[in-house]
Design a protein around this ligand. Structure first.
Ligand code: GAL
Length: 866
């Protein structure tokens, strides 16, 4: 697979500084150098947060610590910082920390203190969204499943047990942070904390008790005395003791409840999550940038990307139901930890441009000017005379040229231009100068480990363990009729066996005719494999929008006793909604149609239940080697065989690129490496008949269903295995396959950036924005330029395409237009070959400007990195 992304640049040669902007820069620089070093006192006024007496304009990035691994945290935080981010935002994941009442865990991916300290060491602030209800596409919205079974508990309302455990956990986290001196008031990085999450949407469903609960949550939080403000998002009746904040794709029109509160955007979704079986949503970088610029244009002062790095729902942490193991989110940093281009680069430039306006924005009086029906300018002038302006065109279709302060400005449709000096446009949200990258998943066959007993053998050796169909060991219980799946498993496993039998008389006509009766099953969700006499007859499931399902399937029955064994599965528990914890799963009706007497209803039969799989019980996924007795060596592993565990000892794949496990040839199940839980895999394909787009029109309001790719492809083919989980050799890969697949076709894939592309037109803003806003400055107006940058340790080895003129297409499909400067390739080669990065200006020395004088020309380049 090849995907195309963009990139941005660290430096640009020969830039002169103009004086007006230099002054501004020095100012921005001195403020930043002071504030980032230590947080201290955090207050606010109507305009912004005030940290150590300074108003602050903050770009924040959500990175959830358990969605990556500690070895990735420093790199992710640095990539965010390089992208122009000031703050890292994370939820706290209650169910990962309080495993049973009072039994806390803070190890591994749940080492919250370590994560916060990494952020602090990077010189960034942190927003701690304690919740502890979080939604977040996380299992059960982050609330521990055990709490649902504490008698009398109702979540998120004026309910004593819920409030008791919520307060206890919140206090525990607050005390932990205090103990480690992590609040800004103690010199730490935490500048804000959040209680609850978007409760405003659900409050009325809980009646009067809902309101009482919301007020209780706020005062419980405030009474924790953390010395920094508390926020509540989408809480439409938040009390004055907390700051109410906005979550949406756009928050420019948001107004906090009180005129004394700053305008804070806690969730700007730069993409969206995926559910198994569905398509892959994308939000175009131009629209993300537009939404951010509009927010700051309209007086916002803290903006957070949810997610900036989405990461991975390892193990069974994904909620939903049906949320994929990948939580990539089309975020500025991809699931694997690589900057996503051009999104990351485009937003980095945006952040640089906004930071240049910080002082005027925060200290200036805004003037609003209408420049047309959908065109407006917001101008901020401070007492030093500094002036910054944002000019927007919210027309969804038409570009427009407007007059502003005696100059004319061309505004593409649905875009914002940023003028840090009220004169020069340094950035327009619709003009993406940042480079794109070509990203490939390079297959690496599984290599038998040099450390495994079959050392020296060429072929990989597999060991297997086959689950018994139906109840293994002793039954857990027998009951007439159906139990709820979740109430029974309490989510310690995805799996629950429902088994019964049916006696078929020899007189049944279908036996004589050789025809098949029809099994008819109804379930509240989420998925099911139906076995009759130990043979897998059918698999079915609901989906992310509708978890319940029913299905009919002809099955083979024999005369005499027939065993019906139904493996019901959950695929992540509900994570939001009013009373969401009561949503059940599992079978509600089982019938067989086509008997002499019509339909036989098995629903009130005696059903025998077994929770979980034998392999889970035996701990086959563990890496301690204690389970060798259970595994069976096979020269050839069985293929397309249901309920099979596979184990192989493999070497780490070569190189240092991030790794995905390619499961396209498998069915559905769970995977582990060295006892670490990779997660649920399910390469379920979306329908070819769904609507997908080749190119996304960024113009107009974004909704998650606007720009899908991946029709007819598995929603998730690759499953991230962090590099830190690998040893050089002797890695134990364990797969549990439910319905059948070909393990010999499982491979690792290296996520490799193999090329870079960029296209920039003559009329693009050409002020240079330094990469880190600490040094933020705008150079003098130059010619527009392309900047290419290959990954570390690689160089531009080939220029595949270069055309100055009117080239068309996008990265991977560029072609020359009618107008083309024949020197293009040689110019680019001269400047870029064998370099890790290069800049090509669209100057007269480089390219023929007399060429097609009426056209706005552009330069498009595609190059190979190796
Ligand atoms: C919000 C919620 C987040 C997350 C997001 C969608 O409503 O607060 O936790 O679920 O939606 O990704």
């Amino acid at each position: 697979m090849v995907t195309v992304q963009g990139f941005t640049f660290s430096s640009r040669p020969n830039m002169k500084l103009s004086s007006f902007l230099l002054q501004l820069t020095v100012f921005v620089l001195s403020c930043l150098a002071f504030s980032l070093a230590n947080a201290g006192n955090v207050t606010y006024d109507h305009r912004s947060l005030i940290i150590n007496g300074q108003r602050k304009l903050l770009i924040s990035a959500a990175i959830h610590y358990p969605r990556s691994v500690p070895a990735m945290w420093p790199g992710l935080v640095q990539t965010a910082k390089k992208g122009g981010v000031d703050v890292i935002e994370t939820y706290v994941f209650w169910n990962g920390h309080e495993l049973s009442p009072g039994n806390y865990y803070f190890g591994g991916r749940y080492d919250l203190v370590k994560f916060v300290k990494i952020v602090q060491e990077a010189g960034l602030y942190l927003i701690l969204r304690i919740g502890p209800f979080v939604a977040a596409e996380w299992n059960f919205g982050g609330v521990p499943v055990w709490l649902h079974y504490v008698p009398g508990t109702v979540f998120r309302t004026d309910n004593e047990p819920f409030k008791h455990y919520m307060e206890k956990f919140t206090t525990f986290i607050v005390n932990l942070m205090k103990q480690e001196k992590l609040f800004a008031s103690q010199g730490g990085p935490i500048i804000l904390a959040q209680v609850e999450n978007e409760y405003g949407y659900y409050e009325s469903a809980y009646g009067e008790a809902g309101k009482r609960y919301a007020m209780w949550a706020a005062s419980m939080a405030v009474s924790q005395n953390i010395g920094v403000p508390w926020i509540m998002c989408q809480q439409f009746d938040a009390p004055d003791t907390v700051i109410d904040t906005c979550n949406s794709f756009y928050c420019d029109q948001f107004k906090p409840l009180s005129p004394n509160k700053p305008k804070i955007w806690t969730e700007n979704w730069p993409g969206w999550f995926k559910t198994f079986g569905s398509r892959d949503p994308h939000r175009p970088p131009e629209d993300v940038a537009f939404s951010v610029a509009r927010f700051f244009q309209k007086g916002g002062s803290v903006q957070n990307y949810y997610m900036y790095h989405g990461g991975t729902n390892f193990g069974r942490t994904s909620g939903g139901p049906f949320i994929t193991t990948s939580y990539d989110y089309d975020a500025p940093i991809d699931e694997y930890g690589l900057p996503r281009f051009p999104k990351w680069g485009h937003l980095k430039e945006l952040h640089g441009a906004i930071k240049l306006c910080e002082h005027a924005l925060l200290n200036g009086e805004p003037t609003h000017m209408s420049l047309g029906p959908s065109q407006e300018a917001d101008v901020y002038t401070d007492s030093t005379g500094a002036c910054a302006a944002f000019i927007s065109n919210t027309d969804e279709k038409n570009d427009k040229t407007v007059e502003f302060r005696n100059a004319s400005y061309h505004l593409p449709a649905w875009s914002v231009s940023i003028l840090p000096d009220c004169k020069n446009v340094v950035f327009n949200t619709a003009k993406v100068r940042a480079q794109t990258t070509v990203v490939e998943m390079v297959a690496e066959d599984l290599q038998p480990s040099v450390a495994s007993p079959d050392k020296g053998m060429k072929a990989l050796k597999w060991e297997i363990f086959v689950e018994k169909v139906g109840v293994w060991g002793e039954a857990d219980f027998i009951k007439n009729g159906f139990v709820d799946h979740i109430n029974t498993t309490k989510d310690i496993t995805d799996y629950l066996w429902y088994t019964t039998s049916i006696f078929v008389s020899e007189n049944e006509a279908f036996l004589k005719k050789g025809s098949q009766p029809v099994l008819f099953i109804e379930s509240k969700g989420h998925a099911l494999h139906a076995f009759v006499n130990e043979k897998l007859e059918a698999s079915a499931s609901g989906n992310g929008t509708n978890p319940p399902f029913k299905f009919k399937k002809p099955v083979s029955l024999k005369a005499g006793k027939n065993e019906i064994a139904l493996l019901s599965m959950t695929v992540g528990l509900q994570n939001a909604g009013s009373f969401y914890e009561w949503v059940g799963a599992g079978l509600t009706s089982v019938k067989i149609e086509g008997f002499n007497n019509g339909t036989v209803d098995l629903s009130s039969n005696a059903w025998t239940y077994k929770i979980g799989l034998q392999g889970e019980h035996l701990g086959l996924y563990k890496s301690d080697g204690m389970d060798n007795v259970n595994w069976l060596s096979t020269p050839e592993p069985p293929k397309e065989q249901p309920l099979t565990w596979y184990k192989a000892i493999v070497d780490a794949p070569p190189g240092d690129e991030p790794i995905g496990l390619d499961m396209i040839h498998m069915g559905k199940g769970l995977a582990w490496l060295n006892g670490e839980e990779i997660g649920r895999y399910w390469p379920w394909k979306s329908s070819v008949h769904d609507k997908c787009v080749k190119e996304c029109d960024y113009r107009g309001k974004f909704m998650p269903d606007k720009c899908f790719t991946g029709c007819g492809e598995p929603t998730q083919r690759w499953y991230h295995i962090p590099r830190s989980w690998f040893k050089p050799s002797g890695n134990i890969l364990v797969i549990f396959e439910e319905k059948g697949g070909d393990p010999t076709k499982i491979s690792f894939s290296r996520r490799k950036t193999s090329g870079v592309c960029a296209d920039v037109a003559e009329d693009y803003p050409s002020f240079e924005l330094e990469p880190e806003h600490e040094n933020g400055n705008v150079g003098t107006k130059n010619n527009a330029a392309i900047l290419l940058n290959c990954p570390k340790h690689t160089r531009i080895s080939t220029v595949k395409f270069a055309s100055f003129g009117t080239p068309t297409g996008t990265c991977g499909s560029y072609s020359k237009g009618e107008c083309h400067d024949p020197k293009s390739i040689s110019v680019v080669e001269k400047m870029c070959l064998n370099k890790n990065e290069c800049a090509i200006e669209l100057t007269e020395e480089n390219f023929s400007k007399v060429l097609c004088p009426d056209a706005t020309k552009k330069l498009a380049v595609e190059a190979v990195c190796s």
